[in-house]
Design a protein around this ligand. Structure first.
Ligand code: ZN
Length: 502
């Protein structure tokens, strides 16, 4: 039976909706009222929404309508317009807030194809997924926009019939305009990147320079803050003491003062004014120096004092959180500091957020244990790497071409991402058999190189203006959708195993 016959069957007898029809995603079948049906189909190399039966959503959907054996049916593209129509009638397709939810996972999906696998594993382990999560840098490098990112996630939710709720995170936004844009597109989480407002120069100031700059901060504010912090030892729940020796207090203030002001401004002028419920995350992770426990306390305490409601805060932890590979650093020290950071977050009532959380298996057990299962963790690049692994398994020739291209353009990609991976440490791909290619995904250098060159890989065009790799990658992952889903379920599942999510 084809999808068109399935439409007729649904109209005849809704009870038969489980009858097999080739290409139909069974979990997607849904009705509006009693005589209108919608479902996702994969047929003849494309994926689309099928609709039958007169109803408001049916009429609002754009697509090709045909009279099939006396019944009007519609074949509609899974695009942003049709997403908006469907989400109006089927609210589970809209992202929602996650404040109050224990474990939340950000699952950046650069291709817009990973949400199916993500939903599979998150539904199984009861983890709240933030399926749409992209930074402006990622949008620029992949040529997508927030409307499309949200649309792709929403269609995956529809296709899977996933009704437990998902989030959408405008990740690492740096300006009012960017935050506004993400909110206008329906994003429910905003991660404000304060790195441009953090004064890293302070770390190399002389004592004199610190004093000079300190005096430049308005007296009103300065004296108030002095009274609160300078020379004080602040006890949190009798367990953690945060010291503010005068010199250190001045330093912390100079490094973070503008970031706090900036965060408050964005919160008041954009987040509050939007009237929307927003999961607001402040991030200071992409900066040169790690966030000390003192810094964290100061920033949090000031934000709360100013009435800024944060759902989560992302400090820069000790050690290195490089893209797509495991944690590098002293795990004992990490545990010790992470415990303090967590206590501060708990004290002020928000969640600690761990960024660049792809493949950080060495620290996952500590994150799960110390927080008692209350945290936000962001992954992104690893989902792209899993996609490339599927390419290597299914089309070794295509993978070889991508791999060589990535190596040849590595220096360019390094402008956007800092990695330790080096081309000379990667095995010569010509010496590997097709079966051995997958081994590259277990090696740090190769992982990082494929990880950071995604933008160049996806945007490369030939002289005729045709994509060199993009269409082939999308085509392959379309064909082997189940492989990609399963590989993601396994790989993100491995993250969950280490985090102690059973
Ligand atoms: Zn980050």
């Amino acid at each position: 039976m084809n999808w068109k016959d399935f439409c007729l069957l649904l109209m005849e007898d809704a009870g038969k909706k489980t009858a097999p029809a080739s290409g139909v995603y069974p979990a997607s079948v849904i009705s509006h009222g009693e005589k209108s049906w919608f479902f996702a189909v994969k047929d003849h190399g494309e994926k689309f929404l099928a609709a039958v039966g007169d109803s408001l959503p049916y009429r609002s959907l754009k697509g090709e309508e045909e009279n099939y054996r006396g019944t009007f049916i519609k074949k509609c593209p899974m695009d942003p317009h049709n997403r908006d129509v469907m989400a109006e009638y089927f609210p589970f397709m809209n992202p929602v807030n996650h404040r109050g939810t224990d474990i939340t996972i950000g699952l950046g999906d650069r291709l817009g194809l990973a949400s199916g696998g993500h939903i599979g594993i998150c539904a199984e382990r009861k983890v709240f997924p933030v399926l749409a999560q992209q930074s402006i840098r990622e949008l620029n490098l992949t040529g997508r926009n927030y409307r499309e990112v949200l649309s792709d996630a929403s269609w995956a939710v529809f296709t899977r019939g996933f009704k437990d709720g998902f989030g959408a995170d405008g990740d690492h936004l740096k300006s009012k305009e960017e935050v506004k844009m993400a909110l206008d597109c329906g994003f429910t989480m905003i991660t404000l990147d304060c790195s441009e407002h953090i004064n890293n120069g302070v770390y190399s100031y002389t004592k004199e320079e610190i004093r000079e700059n300190y005096q430049k901060i308005g007296e009103d504010k300065r004296l108030k803050l002095e009274e609160k912090y300078s020379g004080k030892s602040i006890k949190i729940d009798g367990e953690l003491t945060v010291d503010f020796p005068r010199d250190e207090f001045m330093k912390t203030l100079l490094v973070y003062f503008n970031a706090i002001e900036f965060t408050e401004e964005i919160y008041r002028d954009v987040i509050l004014k939007s009237g929307k419920k927003v999961d607001f995350e402040m991030s200071v992770d992409e900066t040169l120096y790690e966030t000390s426990v003192r810094d964290h306390y100061f920033v949090a305490s000031e934000l709360i004092e100013r009435g800024v409601e944060v759902t989560s805060l992302a400090p820069r932890f000790c050690g290195e959180f490089q893209k797509g590979i495991d944690y590098m650093g002293d795990t004992d020290l990490f545990e010790k500091e992470f415990t303090s950071h967590f206590k501060i977050a708990q004290y002020f009532g928000y969640k600690i957020s761990v960024h660049s959380g792809s493949d950080k298996f060495k620290i996952f057990p500590a994150v799960g244990r110390i927080t008692g299962g209350k945290y936000h963790l962001k992954t992104a690049g690893t989902n792209w790497l899993v996609a490339m692994e599927v390419v290597a398994l299914r089309d070794p020739d295509l993978y070889r071409k991508i791999h060589k291209f990535a190596l040849s353009r590595l220096e360019e990609a390094k402008k956007y991402y800092h990695i330790k991976g080096r081309a000379e440490n990667v095995e010569d791909i010509d010496s590997l058999t097709d079966e051995e290619l997958v081994r590259l995904f277990g090696e740090d250098d190769a992982r990082q190189i494929i990880h950071i060159t995604y933008g160049l890989i996806l945007s490369e065009k030939d002289e005729g203006g045709r994509y060199v790799f993009r269409d082939a990658i999308y085509g392959l992952l379309f064909e082997y959708e189940e492989d990609y889903d399963r590989a993601l379920e396994l790989h993100i599942g491995k993250h969950f195993d280490y985090l102690g999510i059973i």
